[in-house]
Design a protein around this ligand. Sequence first.
Ligand code: UTP
Length: 284
Amino acid sequence: MKVRKAVIPAAGFGTRFLPATKAQPKEMLAVIDKPLIQYSVEEAVESGIEHICVITSRGKSAMEDHFDQSPELESFLKQKGKTDYLKQVQKISRLAKFCYIRQKQALGLGHAILMAEEFIGNEPFAVLLPDDIFDCPVPAVKQLKDVFAEYGSSVVILKRISQEETKKYGVIKPEQVKPRIFKLKDMIEKPGPEKAFSDLGIIGRYVFNPDIFEAIKKTKPDHRGEIQITDAIKRLLDKEPVYGYLFEGQRYDAGDKAGFIKATLKLALKRPEFAEIVRKSIQN
Ligand code: UTP
């Protein structure tokens, strides 16, 4: 079955970015000239996704405005002859069909994804965490969709992690089936170096069969009261195979301040209009 829909969880508090996120969504912080969430939306669209459901919460309606039409701004830009900006602004509201669902309490990523159950219905879907910006020759979600097309099973995106990073990611116990493709035998959330099964960590892109919803419902909250998606995937493993894919390309974790600065610098260096000034500013 074709993967046409995607869920973008964006209902968290963004505490690692405080005070910047006190009154504005983390997902709307701009890396150069686009808010974080727009990178995910564009990747989804380039991967063939048509319907996007953003999981949102109180105080985060700027995301809805961003992907909506903006008649006043558009007529202002038209009047001033700023056609380049006009095209960019119009393009944003035409990217995909959007729907917004509120998660009333931030009870974890698994819980956020569960909010989209009715929107998804009985078909496979992608999940994109807007913290992660992927810069790949083939869009990251498209890479997962290709694995899904081959196996018909849920698939998570993987990266090689350092010992230190085992405290930060879900880590899998892998059985390699092909170059870059692994069958998940087990997994554990943020195990630390002693308990980690491998150096393969799960990062922010997934394609799920709708069976994940039942698995989430059966998953108990962790010690912080959050329903983790890693625990739900582990439950799904009892019922059906799940695969992992070591993606090809670059990924920037813009979910904390240091990662955000790095993502900004790396992406600015790739833009001809900024590369020189960034290089010079760092040297001086
Ligand atoms: P994060 O843990 O990176 O985001 O979750 P956060 O909770 O907003 O940030 P910190 O940890 O407090 O700094 C990854 C994504 O999942 C969403 C977040 O909005 C983010 O985009 N999320 C997380 C939800 O939608 N609901 C939740 O309950 C938790």
